[in-house]
Design a protein around this ligand. Structure first.
Ligand code: KG4
Ligand code: ZN
Length: 338
């Protein structure tokens, strides 16, 4: 009988302390996420020191909870996977050190994982991957189009030149006096409004698969300021809908162009902004009836979690990727060097 591969995965790159257990790379046995959003809300964004302190307080409890959920003992596990980067260095270090201690104490191999590889691999918990595939990653820190020819290899074919999509959402939300993280609030408001305000779309040079959101963000802020100065009222729901339409139009169209250009089989959506209803809806419309197999993960696998690190960790483990006791958190870790 072939023994099941059971990977315990740890993710602490930003403001979620998360631990999951993944069986054979595709089956989720436990998925625990302790969110710190409430603690960061009053500061209007993630405070690195606060994040690290929460991770320290939570990590042991969350590991125990995941083992309990899966009904497993440390001795049953095959390996420990952990987010090595990118992310906040102090936050990454808590997860990396917890993973090293756990791996050392129980004699398990240690597998470092790239956070974005994790976001992409969240899709493998939904559907088996077929190559070549294209992934649109949209999160608080990243906006990238990534091409994969096979498991565990990543080529960035488009990326943001300034703000990430989630960052633009959060900054625009702050202008509209909404709590952190603003993305979900803008998304909700956008459903109630009409996209009747003219805002720019950064297509960049013809054929470019890169993105840019800082001009759009400034245009939204200017629209609000100009209206205030003239004593005019802009409906926040219309502004949210117009902003969302600008972001989503460009994301969807460039993803479609990239799918055509690289003749991929599958198109995956990944990252926190993948929870956006407008984006999910427009992608479905655009890819419906085409030859491309579009996969959109459920909401709880879009925002940061450790299940995705377990799924990516399984592939890295099979490839022989190992970390040792010198493993460190790397805030600017390169995806293509994986
Ligand atoms: O992937 P993630 O959880 O953390 C990073 O790795 O960055 O992404 C967080 C980002 C935040 O900017 C948040 O505002 C955004 O995802 N987000 C959304 C939605 N839900 C989360 N943005 C737009 N619409 C949403 N529904
Ligand atoms: Zn993330």
């Amino acid at each position: 009988m072939i023994k099941d591969e059971l990977i315990l995965a740890i993710e602490t790159s930003c403001d979620e302390t998360a631990v999951a257990i993944v069986k054979n790379g595709t089956e989720l046995l436990a998925n625990v996420v302790a969110s710190q959003i409430e603690s960061h809300k009053r500061f209007g964004g993630v405070v690195p020191e606060v994040a690290s302190r929460h991770h320290v307080e939570e990590i042991t409890v969350v590991i125990e909870e995941a083992l309990k959920q899966a009904g497993l003992k440390p001795g049953d596990l095959t390996a420990v996977a952990v987010t090595e980067g990118p992310g906040l260095v102090g936050a990454l270090l808590i997860g990396v050190n917890a993973a090293k201690a756990f791996a050392f104490a129980h004699g398990l191999p240690l597998v470092p994982v790239h956070h974005i590889a994790g976001h992409i691999y969240a899709n493998r918990l939904v559907k088996e991957m077929t190559f070549p595939l294209l992934s649109l990653i949209v999160s608080g820190g990243h906006t990238e189009l990534v091409l994969m020819e096979e498991h565990g290899t990543f080529k960035v074919i488009g990326e943001t030149r300034d703000d990430a999509a989630g960052e633009a959402y959060d900054k625009v939300a702050r202008t509209l006096n909404m709590p952190y993280p603003g993305g979900p609030h803008i998304d909700k408001l956008a459903q109630e409004g009409e996209a009747n305000i003219d805002l720019p779309r950064a297509w960049l040079e013809p054929n470019s698969l890169d993105f840019s959101f800082s001009g759009l963000k400034s245009a939204v802020i200017n629209t609000v300021h100009n209206a205030t100065q003239r004593g005019e009222v802009i409906k926040p729901e219309d502004l949210a809908a117009s902003f969302q339409a600008s972001v989503v139009d460009v994301l969807v169209e460039k993803t479609y162009r990239a799918a055509e250009q690289y003749n991929v089989k599958q198109v995956l959506l990944a990252g926190g902004v993948a929870a956006n209803k407008g984006l999910r809806h427009m992608l479905e419309n655009r890819f419906n009836g085409t030859k491309y197999d579009l996969v959109i993960p459920p909401l709880h696998l879009c925002t940061d979690n450790a299940a995705m690190i377990g799924a990516a960790g399984s592939v890295a483990y099979q490839k022989g990727t190992r970390g040792d006791m010198a493993l460190n958190g790397v805030p600017g870790l390169d995806l293509e060097a994986q």
